[in-house]
Design a protein around this ligand. Structure first.
Ligand SMILES: NC(=O)c1ccc[n+]([C@@H]2O[C@H](COP(=O)([O-])OP(=O)(O)OC[C@H]3O[C@@H](n4cnc5c(N)ncnc54)[C@H](O)[C@@H]3O)[C@@H](O)[C@H]2O)c1
Length: 272
């Protein structure tokens, strides 16, 4: 038995939604380094194309950028059929895209004033989008003898309430921030969708798992980083690349007996 071979993704085909984002870039590079051919599926095609070029130059696996707006079923269908056209199959789906709204005043509004339209917009992007991509990729995986592996990105705020004290003096994205309820609720829904699909598709050889990242350092101000780090057993925020090991494990045969799991990468926050 060669145990490390189980982590290889040689010649596997992987889709990463939101692949051009802060975490997505590392997820795509990690999959390509493990040998996979990666579809960088993102609403920001320009960034996705730059990343695909870099992967094709520097990594073992190849990459292609495909435009995808996960909130549009037509766009998802087109992205999935282009992937099959390019590579003939889909072994791995990383359902990872999520976002804030373009209007940060509305996104960070207090719960008592939260607009229903904003709530629906974020739910549409963070959870309905994962439903649409899983639906169309799952159809392809179900028809394959080998099935596939689906990984969905949630967040610690999908499993824990926020400690609002850490946002005192916080500054990020040019303003004071918080964790809106809709972010928590949509991410809690991601964990539930994973569990549902894990049992639903198990007979078809499709495994479905969640990665739950803790807060990643990405330009927050010193007060926020300090407040956040004080609550973490490992005493610091995560680095984006620290999420990649969990993805490769869940995507590969190393986790062949793991489905419906939530792999929490949070520096120990949920262990207190
Ligand atoms: N960064 C963190 O601290 C953190 C912590 C916990 C969970 N997460 C989760 O990890 C995942 C990745 O986060 P990130 O920090 O890389 O976010 P990010 O905002 O840097 O990247 C998100 C990517 O998704 C793309 N995107 C946005 N809307 C889209 C749409 N409708 N269709 C397709 N693509 C779209 C964006 O263009 C961007 O490239 C998200 O699900 C996020 O909720 C992040």
């Amino acid at each position: 038995m060669n145990y490390m071979d189980k982590f290889s993704l040689n010649d596997k085909v992987a889709i990463v939604t939101g692949g051009a984002g802060i975490l997505g870039v590392h997820f795509c590079k990690g999959l390509a380094e493990a040998g996979a051919n990666v579809i960088v599926a993102d609403i920001n095609l320009e960034k996705a194309e730059i990343l695909a070029e870099e992967i094709n130059r520097d990594y073992r696996g190849s990459a292609k950028a495909i435009f995808c707006d996960v909130t549009s079923e037509q766009s998802v269908v087109t992205m999935v059929s282009k992937t099959v056209e390019y590579f003939g199959r889909i072994d791995i789906l990383h359902n990872n895209a999520a976002g804030k709204s373009s209007d940060l005043e509305l996104f960070f509004a207090p719960f008592e004033d939260y607009e229903l339209s904003q709530w629906n917009e974020i739910m549409n992007m963070n959870l309905d989008g994962m439903f649409l991509v899983a639906k169309h990729v799952g159809k392809i995986m179900k028809a394959q003898v080998e099935g596939g592996s689906i990984i969905q990105t949630a967040s610690i705020y999908g499993i824990l309430g926020p400690d609002n004290r850490i946002y005192k003096e916080s500054h990020y994205l040019g303003r004071q921030i918080n964790t809106p309820a809709i972010y928590s609720v949509s991410k809690g829904g991601v964990v539930a969708l994973t569990r549902y699909l894990a049992t639903y598709w198990a007979p078809d050889g499709i495994r479905v798992n969640t990665i739950t990242p803790g807060g990643v350092e990405s330009g927050q101000n010193a007060e926020f980083i300090n407040n956040y780090s004080n609550r973490i057993p490992l005493q610091r925020m995560a680095r984006a690349e620290e999420m990649v090991g969990a993805l490769i494990y869940l995507a590969s045969d190393a986790s062949s007996y793991v489905t419906g799991h939530n792999l929490i990468v949070d520096g120990g926050l949920n262990a207190w």
